[in-house]
Design a protein around this ligand. Structure first.
Ligand code: C5P
Length: 403
């Protein structure tokens, strides 16, 4: 296995001293580190101590021509396999979230083509501030990874979330990332995933839609790509960025989703995660429907094509494994199993989307996987973990089917 390397960006927080320990922890695990120390970071630790531990130069300034001659800042940002920001301060998080680059650290974050793992560290009130949370959301949507912050006593004397994850925890996250990237169990396989809602137009300004955020489907696409699959993500309108390494096709309506999904086949696996509108307005007018036109007491609807059922019932070119989702509010498992049989898919992932569960649009999901073989319920967990576990199950299933 080739040696993995990390570009560690150390920003200005008291937790900067822990980054020295992180360099040692990574080195113990055979991971090489190059480091950038921001000007504020250099108020807490010295470039000399950082350089002594990395065994190389500690980069500090964007306009240092000696550095630029040795290794340009673009090259530096791309030379490593992963960029780790620890501690990630509120200030440094705000820069890539808003496309701002003013120094070497923020420039490297915009210029890199590698995944970025942030280990935030700040006062509890700063961490919970809506401005910081907004930036964290943006970075997550852009595909960034996060570890921590932990909850506990802080250097400032307060208690709560904001303390940087321990160096061992950060090194574990780095190793887990590398393990997932090098797993390669789905290399050479093509997976088509549908995600998000559909918008069914009524007139040029109005449409019928639903509350699906697309988060679970995007997380699944990302997890499959990490296992080496070629992933085509056919997505309805969402505000999420395409996960790294995933081919995205953006659509609006169920009919477009159907065309583009069918067009993306053949694939070994199809996962229909999208909340496709079952019905669309029968007539889409090309003028805005006016209030004074004698009132509108009903909107005639017509049924949309069922993508999951269409894929499941393909005589030629049916993917080996077809997976559907069943978002239910009542009698969840019974309804989901009936749906699996009706649609003809192999597995169905059932989840409870009743009001109060926070599943629709939220970060967590509680799912049960139903198949011919039975059912398996998973504990409530972040959508990213549901995705990783599901991707692992898919890889195992393909191996089983090949035997
Ligand atoms: O029938 P229902 O919408 O509850 O079924 C949910 C499952 O069917 C999901 O996997 C969804 O992506 C898929 N579906 C579809 N096309 C439709 C309706 C649902 O692919 N028109």
């Amino acid at each position: 296995m080739t040696t993995k390397s990390v570009l560690l960006i150390i920003a200005g927080g008291i937790a900067a001293y822990k980054s020295l320990e992180l360099i040692r922890e990574l080195s113990k695990r055979g991971i090489r580190t190059q480091a950038i120390l921001t000007r504020a970071g250099a108020e807490f630790i010295t470039p000399l101590s950082v350089g002594s531990l990395t065994g190389g130069k500690c980069y500090t300034d964007l306009f240092d021509l000696t550095d630029e001659a040795e290794m340009g800042h673009i090259e530096l940002s791309r030379a490593a396999d992963l960029v780790v920001v620890a501690p990630a301060t509120a200030d440094l998080l705000s820069k890539p979230a808003n496309g701002v680059a003013g120094d070497l650290a923020s420039t490297a974050l915009l210029a890199t083509d590698k995944p970025v793992l942030y280990a935030p560290a700040m006062n509890v009130r700063m961490w919970t501030h809506p401005g910081v949370q907004r930036n964290v959301d943006i970075l997550r949507k852009d595909g960034a990874l996060f570890v921590g912050p932990d909850e506990g006593d802080m250097a400032c004397g307060e208690y709560g979330p904001g303390r940087m994850a321990e160096p061992v925890e950060i090194a574990n996250a780095v190793e887990a990332h590398f393990a997932a990237m090098s797993d390669g169990r789905l290399t050479g396989r093509h997976v088509v995933v549908t995600a998000g809602p559909t918008h069914e137009p009524l007139d040029p300004v109005r449409y019928i839609a639903n509350r699906s955020s697309g988060k679970q489907g995007y997380a699944i696409a990302a997890a499959l790509a990490r296992l080496g699959a070629r992933v085509t993500l056919v997505s309805g309108p969402t505000d999420l960025s395409a996960p790294p390494g995933v081919d995205i096709i953006r659509v609006q309506t169920a009919r477009e989703m159907m065309d583009r999904t069918m067009g993306a086949l053949p694939a070994e696996v199809a996962i229909c995660c999208a909340a496709v509108a079952d019905y669309r307005p029968e007539i889409e007018t090309n003028h805005k429907i006016k209030k004074e036109r004698g009132g509108l007491s009903s909107i005639p609807l017509t049924e949309n094509p069922d993508i999951l059922r269409s894929i499941s019932s393909l005589d030629v070119g049916r993917p080996e494994l077809v997976i559907g989702f069943a978002a239910e509010t009542d009698d969840i498992l019974c309804n989901a199993d009936a749906k699996r049989k009706r649609k003809g898919c192999d597995w169905i992932v059932a989840n409870d989307v009743s009001t109060g569960t926070g599943t629709m649009g939220g970060e967590n999901n509680s799912v049960t996987i139903l198949s011919e073989a039975g059912e398996e319920s998973w504990e409530n967990m972040p959508k990213a973990r549901v995705a990783d576990r599901l991707a692992g199950y898919i890889a195992d299933e393909l191996v089983k089917r090949a035997c």
